[in-house]
Design a protein around this ligand. Structure first.
Ligand SMILES: C[C@H](O)[C@H](O)[C@@H](O)C(=O)CO
Ligand code: MN
Length: 420
């Protein structure tokens, strides 16, 4: 009770402070409530999936750590997700990979259908969690040579084209069932460890395969399709077929969504500055909010300058209706449910901070050429009582304030995760 009274009184003081700089805190909170972050299913089980194979991760991806409690079945993953959602303020989405389907026996990737995801669709409905989707072009014998949609072998290409087409149908069914578009994101690992003799040929084949996959148009109210670039992966250090320039051109020319993953560029290159540029030419964007440490290491998202810059760019550019925010990290060295909670709470928190900026006032200073006032205000904003608004948001959405969520995860670890 005392806790709650402190939250309330701090919030009232914070409201006044923000009002004094022209910010309507209640309005910011109303906007925040409508922003759904897509939690990635693969944090819960180290990108293993439920296809029943050896679950070995390849294709330039790597998860480190062996913290106990990895989800081993759809039921366990759903239970862990429900725990995570209960500790994150707001209503959020789930980003599902094709390898997380529910299969009675061996079903190859080109044979997957909506029936394998009905359990997820039903669960999403029961939890009011909308789904996003991804075809899985990795951890499969037909990807072991490092190439899928751009493979020189026509048979391999055809197999993966069929997988891409199957994934579109599943994504559309998900979107139809949930009444809002399911974002279907295409990432492929294709690339060379060493210097290619032809950089052109695989890219020509990739464009052709993608065109075959996307040859039918889909209802955008049901599914939106995005393509994700990458700079390099383990084993594809010298050349990645789906580079930034490749997919930027592809997305613009085919009017697809571009996916910008924060870990897929040079280590000091951020994605925040790319948002307003890319949105000049593509209809919408998907973000994979991640944190690279020295490389695309997919660390849990922290409340970093880069994270704040991403959210600021979305708000300052008035892009909330055109940017889909997904997360992409996998850390097996800490409690996996806590990883989701920490990363997602940070993403929501950074969005709240961005919504608490007096954007119009800052942009007016800029128009007037008053860069002194612009800088002065940006700096003062950094020490505004933002934490009090965040605490109030947690309380009003029935989620734990401050560190209180951790005790719940620790209890869940004791009761559930440690018994796996
Ligand atoms: C598992 C995901 O599809 C994957 O992380 C992809 O989005 C990616 O970022 C690969 O590096
Ligand atoms: Mn990604």
């Amino acid at each position: 009770m005392a806790h709650s009274m402190n939250v309330q009184s701090s919030y009232q003081l914070a409201r006044e402070r923000y009002a004094a700089v022209g910010v309507d805190v209640d309005h910011a909170i109303e906007r925040l409530k409508k922003i759904a972050i897509s939690l990635h299913c693969w944090q819960g089980d180290d990108v293993g999936g439920f296809e029943g194979g050896d679950g070995e991760l390849g294709s330039g991806l790597a998860v480190t750590g062996n913290y106990p409690g990895r989800a081993r079945s759809p039921e366990e993953l759903r239970s862990d997700l429900e725990m995570a959602y209960s500790l994150i303020p707001g209503d959020h989405r789930l980003n599902l990979h094709a390898c997380y389907g529910e299969f009675d026996g061996p079903v190859d990737r080109n044979e997957i259908g909506v029936e394998h995801f009905q359990g997820w669709i039903d669960w999403g409905k029961s939890q009011a969690v909308s789904l996003d989707f991804n075809p899985t072009f990795f951890s499969h014998p037909k990807a072991d040579d490092g190439f899928t949609l751009s493979a020189a072998d026509a048979g391999i290409r055809q197999f993966w084209i069929e997988h891409g087409i199957a994934s579109r149908k599943i994504a559309a069914a998900m979107g139809k069932a949930q009444g809002n578009a399911c974002v279907n994101n295409f990432w492929i690992p294709d690339g060379f460890k060493d210097t290619p003799a032809s950089r052109k040929n695989p890219r020509t084949r990739l464009a052709d395969s993608l065109d075959k996959i996307f040859s039918d148009s889909m209802n955008p109210a049901e599914t939106l399709e995005s393509v994700e670039c990458k700079l390099f992966g383990i084993g594809s250090e010298s050349y990645v077929v789906g580079s930034h320039e490749f997919y930027m051109g592809y997305a613009i020319s085919r009017q697809k969504l571009l996916c910008l993953d924060a870990g897929h560029f040079h280590p000091t290159e951020g994605i925040a500055d790319k948002i307003s540029s890319v949105l000049m030419y593509v209809p919408e964007l998907l973000l994979h909010v991640s944190r690279g440490v020295r490389w695309d290491s997919d660390h849990v998202v922290t409340y970093s300058d880069e994270l704040q810059a991403i959210m600021q760019e979305i708000v300052r550019g008035d892009f909330l209706g055109r940017v889909h925010i997904g997360l992409d990290f996998f850390d097996a060295s800490i409690n996996r449910v806590a990883a989701w909670v920490i990363g997602t709470r940070n993403a929501v928190k950074a969005m709240l901070a961005a919504l608490l900026e007096p954007t119009e006032r800052l942009q007016q200073f800029e128009l007037e050429g008053n860069y002194t006032a612009r800088l002065a205000m940006m700096e003062e904003l950094k020490s505004m009582p933002f934490g009090a608004v965040w605490d109030q948001y947690c309380e009003m959405t029935d989620t734990p304030v401050g560190m209180d969520w951790l005790a719940k995860v620790e209890q869940y670890e004791l009761d559930v995760l440690s018994k796996r």
